[in-house]
Ligand binder design. Structure first.
Ligand SMILES: NC(=O)c1ccc[n+]([C@@H]2O[C@H](COP(=O)([O-])OP(=O)(O)OC[C@H]3O[C@@H](n4cnc5c(N)ncnc54)[C@H](OP(=O)(O)O)[C@@H]3O)[C@@H](O)[C@H]2O)c1
Length: 338
């Protein structure tokens, strides 16, 4: 029916993995575009892991889909009616159409595509996932020639882009992928130096051994796409000053919110709240010691910065005072006066 459209709405919130009953198909008349709006007939819809999170009713970086609302997602299609002078019927566009055959959207929410590449590339390699890989690898991974990168979901749109960009930057690239065929694709199509089938291992320690062999100099960038057992396996292999862009934790997407294990929540918080977590060793910063003294010394002398000392008398008191320090027995900077 030419004047009818179909959309898929969220019928209820999934418990664990989504099932067919969580979705509802609706059929309706095509809307007329209001002023400034464009009606798009969708040719390609994107399916992305983040959509699982939008099905939960939790506070996140983006609002969840309400019950009865169209499932969110990007789509590519042709303009079939327009009330925005910037668009013509037949234009190829991409936008957040939702899971639907048609979408009526503000022209400002659409991006025009040219016909030089297949339209679906606007949803993957040249769309949100490809851009995710490029932007996060550059901003937080900081590739360096001669170092080693490990990424899981390595044949997906994010991981495959990460692997290729890191390889082009001169890194050794190690793919983690599910199954022998994906591992073959990782090395042959995406140029990874090594590929490991995570599904072939039952325990994180066995997976760890395999990754250690593929990354003999340790890991300098662990590009976090999946978390779960892969995260557990790579942690001991991280080199000093390694970087971990936390992009996705798909292994835990179907976990229930009230899980007793708090690590998935912490790791998800790093992603959702864009937390910065930096290890720090003071000696790396010692070249700034004179700056510290120049800035803070006068304030201490002027009484603008307070300090407290706990002075113990005599070298013989040192062992006991040290033991007390570890138990909270000191109040202020513990100093031994001889
Ligand atoms: N933060 C952001 O803005 C942002 C944007 C885009 C994507 N992402 C995240 O980036 C990650 C990759 O996205 P994508 O679009 O490229 O997905 P994708 O690779 O097309 O699909 C997800 C893949 O994850 C792997 N996977 C699923 N469960 C796993 C598990 N338990 N352990 C290890 N691997 C598992 C599977 O690959 P294998 O069979 O190879 O294991 C699956 O094919 C996802 O976590 C996604 O949520 C984040």
């Amino acid at each position: 029916m030419k004047n009818r459209m179909t959309r898929i709405a969220l019928a209820r919130r999934p418990q664990g993995a989504p099932v067919a009953e969580d979705f509802a198909f609706d059929h309706m008349d095509l809307p007329d575009p209001a002023p400034g709006e464009v009606l798009v007939e969708v040719s390609h819809l994107s399916l992305d892991p983040y959509m699982r999170g939008r099905m939960n009713d939790v506070k996140s970086y983006a609002p969840s889909v309400g019950i009865g609302e169209t499932m969110t997602g990007e789509g590519v299609g042709r303009v079939v009616a327009t009330n925005d002078p910037r668009f013509s019927v037949g234009d190829l566009v991409v936008g957040v159409t939702g899971w639907a055959t048609h979408a009526c959207l503000s022209g400002s929410a659409l991006r025009k595509l040219d016909d030089s590449l297949p339209p679906s590339t606007a949803l993957g390699v040249l769309g949100m996932p490809g851009f995710t890989a490029w932007a996060s690898l550059n901003a937080y991974g900081r590739p360096k020639a001669g170092q080693t990168l490990v990424v899981a979901a390595a044949t997906g749109p994010v991981g495959s882009m990460v692997g290729q960009l890191a390889k082009a930057a001169g890194m050794r690239t190690v793919a983690i992928a599910g199954g022998a065929e994906k591992c073959r694709i990782a090395t042959e199509t995406f140029g990874f130096d090594a590929a490991i089938d995570h599904r072939a291992f039952d325990t994180a320690s066995a997976l760890h051994t395999a990754i250690a062999e593929a990354a003999p100099d340790g890991i300098d960038i662990y590009f976090e796409n999946v978390a779960g057992m892969v995260l557990e396996a790579v942690i001991p292999l991280l080199n000093t000053f390694a970087r971990i862009p936390v992009i996705g934790t798909i292994a835990w997407y179907n976990e229930l919110e009230d899980s007793a294990d708090r690590l998935p929540m912490l790791w998800r918080s790093v992603l959702v709240k864009r937390l910065s977590i930096n290890g720090f060793i003071v000696y790396d910063h010692w070249d700034k010691f004179d700056t510290f003294l120049a800035e803070v010394g006068p304030k201490v002398a002027a009484g603008e910065i307070a300090y407290l000392e706990d002075v113990v008398q005599g070298i013989d008191k040192m062992p006991a005072a040290f033991a007390a320090l570890l138990e909270g027995g000191n109040t202020g900077k513990l100093v031994v006066e001889l």
